[in-house]
Design a protein around this ligand. Sequence first.
Ligand code: HEM
Length: 121
Amino acid sequence: MQLAAKAMHLALYAVLVAVPISGVLMMAAKGRAFDVFWLFTVPPLMATDRAFGESLEEAHEMLSYLMLILVGLHAAAAVFHQAILKDGVLAACCRSAELASPPRCEDARVRDFRHKKLNAV
Ligand code: HEM
């Protein structure tokens, strides 16, 4: 189970890196410049090679669909842990998110805190 989780995370990181890189390389091989969030333009970074560009386009598409599948499987595994195994994996994710960010106003923890404070007066 832990090995599967490690493999899944590794695969997710791999596609997260490979998809944008294949996109950038595809644009370069096709001799096309591209904008980065309308801030600046990146010119083609290599000599135009249409055949290579087509292969990269296929790779880019395949990798992005693989990414979608992995994200779906990852979410399904989280639901499986929560609903079937009931081993608290999802709650552990929430706890680590809780530790990483301070409570926001709409958080139940803040509401509880305010409620207790009002009742104490
Ligand atoms: C996480 C990042 C990315 C994801 C998930 C993603 C996903 C996709 C998908 C699913 C398609 C196929 C769309 C279709 O044919 O219906 C596509 C096409 C394309 N992507 Fe990306 N992409 C990403 C990053 C990039 C980057 C960084 C570039 C270039 C700077 C790029 C350039 C393109 C181009 C030009 C196409 C169209 C190819 C064509 O039909 O000529 N993508 N992308």
